[in-house]
Write a protein that binds this ligand. Structure first.
Ligand SMILES: [Zn+2]
Length: 245
């Protein structure tokens, strides 16, 4: 939304803040309108700052900014959603931080994509509503793979397309049938079904994803291995994920 020639109002999710000079912060945000960008927030570390409340990590705010190439500057920040329940639950917070780290480190600046915004907002919203953090994590991992050009075929065996699948192969990149099982270990029906569902069900329909704990324990390290093998992406926050599996 344009207000004057120089001012813009954007909807932003705060990914991270870095201290700047004595009283300032640089906000690293993902906006619906401009994608990922950096905004200089002057005086925000002063106790008298009116904008500080709406500039915390992992929240959605409306920012009025002076839009510039490079570093834009903040005029006014208004809170829209604190995602308060995420911070009340350690596991939700761990997965929330994992999502934010990915966006901060691996998403291109100034390239707004509706899909990226929806995934970021959708993951935080799902965590805030209290959906199981590891389920959000798995759906987000599928997004990371797709975001890096890797989309796994989950319709049948990757080698012969048989729908009668019994295992998942990291090297082959998907399901395997009994005939192509070779040295791979077979997985339970719950694991196979959940692996397919996390690829098929979008974050906005997360209420349809039901994954029993045993299947979660198999899928979390498996999806992590897929990301490592096919994208090389390594997130510092993933070590905290290990603590909650
Ligand atoms: Zn096969």
């Amino acid at each position: 939304m344009k207000t004057t020639i120089h001012e813009e109002v954007v909807e932003a999710i705060i990914l991270k803040k870095t201290p700047y000079k004595e009283n300032d912060m640089i906000l690293h945000v993902y906006t619906y309108e401009y994608g990922k960008m950096s905004v200089l927030a002057r005086g925000i570390r002063k106790v008298t700052s009116k904008n500080a409340r709406a500039c915390q990590d992992m929240m959605l705010s409306e920012l009025t900014i002076h839009l510039k190439k490079g570093l834009s500057t903040l005029i006014k920040a208004t809170p829209l959603d604190y995602f308060r329940h995420i911070k009340e639950n350690l596991e939700s917070e761990i997965v929330g931080n994992y999502v934010l780290e990915y966006y901060y480190r691996y998403v291109e600046e100034n390239q707004p994509l509706e899909k990226e915004y929806q995934m970021l907002y959708g993951a935080l919203h799902a965590l805030d509503l209290g959906y199981l953090p590891l389920i959000v994590y798995l759906v987000f991992d599928v997004f990371i793979l797709e975001h890096n050009g890797v989309s796994l075929d989950v319709e049948g065996c990757v080698l012969c397309h048989s729908p009668q699948v019994v295992s998942i192969s990291l090297e082959d990149g998907g399901f395997l049938c009994q005939q192509h099982l070779n040295q791979h270990q077979p997985y339970s029906k719950d694991v196979l079904k959940a692996f397919r569902h996390i690829h098929k069900i979008p974050i906005t329909s997360i209420e349809h994803l039901h994954i029993p704990p045993e299947a979660l324990h198999v899928l979390v390290p498996l999806m992590e291995a897929f990301i490592e093998e096919y994208t090389g992406i390594q997130l510092k926050t993933s070590r905290f994920i290990h603590q909650i599996v």
